[in-house]
Write a protein that binds this ligand. Structure first.
Ligand code: AMP
Length: 282
């Protein structure tokens, strides 16, 4: 497996790939890989000649130093997992200084307001950090397609805006959420949970499902109350937000409108670990 830590050597390899007119698919990750990441990688392998996967815990998208510090890092295991999927995958795992030089700072973006909803409200500067690092990666790799999970649905919409703003000719492909058998969405952060905490965290999936099942029969405020009541029954999970939003604007929906597609979004804490999930409602 080819592992690059240096931009120049990665680009040297990729220029040979491009000379042969081969297509490049790109899957950005922060490592601590699981089946969700592997599903993205598998789709990229199917649709491209060469696949680059980045493993980089991006400091500029974390608003809390402790969250960044505690983010799981399992590099050796990640490489073994990727090797078991496909040995031809190219891994790009730079140090922060390779990408940012000596100024680890985010550019400020205007993503038409999407950046101010949900995750943007609760994680100061998060999407500036995401936009900045992806813009750097995109320009280094110049893939024809890049793959993102619907698990981070708001991020997926932000990245679609980013390539428009930066005028990058990259197709952004959204991939379905991969879940544990219990329904819990796969996440690197799940590695910080005990078996019991993981079991408790299935409430996230269960309440999203409850909202979906009742979407046609209840009003949006009734759906809000339904979900919030479920979270009030447990002291282990602390709900940060439950939102039903139009998938294009990601603004909180107040009444249901025709010809509009809605998703429900949850962010909550369990034993200090922040988890997010979402589900299509109609
Ligand atoms: P992360 O390493 O958490 O930054 O995630 C890297 C990519 O994997 C992002 O595009 C995520 O949306 C995607 N991803 C993470 N978890 C899942 C999942 N359970 N199902 C599908 N995609 C996921």
């Amino acid at each position: 497996m080819l592992i690059y830590k240096n931009i120049d050597s990665l680009q040297e390899k990729l220029s040979l790939v491009k000379e042969e007119n081969k297509s490049i698919g790109f899957v950005p990750t922060m490592g601590a890989l699981h089946r969700g990441h592997l599903a993205l990688a598998a789709q990229a392998i199917k649709e491209n000649d060469v696949v680059v996967i980045s493993i980089f815990v991006n400091p500029t998208q974390f608003d809390k130093a402790t969250d960044l510090e505690k983010y799981p890092r399992t590099f050796e295991g990640d490489i073994s997992l990727l090797e078991s999927l496909d040995k031809t995958i190219i891994v790009f795992a730079p140090e922060a200084s390779q990408l940012y030089g000596n100024s680890i700072q985010a550019t400020s973006y205007d993503f038409s307001g999407i950046e101010n909803e949900m995750e943007g409200k609760h994680r100061q500067g998060h999407f500036d950090g995401v936009g900045t690092v992806l813009n750097l990666f995109f320009r280094i790799i110049m893939p024809s397609k890049a793959y993102f999970g619907e698990k981070d649905f708001q991020q997926l919409q932000i990245v679609k805006k980013l390539v428009e703003i930066e005028q990058l000719p990259i197709d952004i492909i959204g991939c379905s959420i991969v879940r544990e058998k219990s329904g819990l969405a796969m996440s690197s952060r799940n590695k910080r949970l005990s078996i019991q905490e993981k079991e408790e965290a299935t409430l996230i999936y269960k309440t999203l499902l409850l909202a979906k099942e009742n979407f046609n029969s209840l009003s949006l405020s009734e759906l809000n109350n339904l979900v919030k009541n479920e979270f009030n029954k447990t002291s282990l999970l602390e709900l940060e937000y439950f939102e039903i939003a139009d998938i294009n604007t990601l603004k909180t929906a107040v009444i249901k409108k025709e010809n509009t597609t809605y998703r429900a979004f949850i962010a909550c804490f369990i034993s200090g670990v922040r988890l997010i999930d979402n589900m299509a409602l109609n």
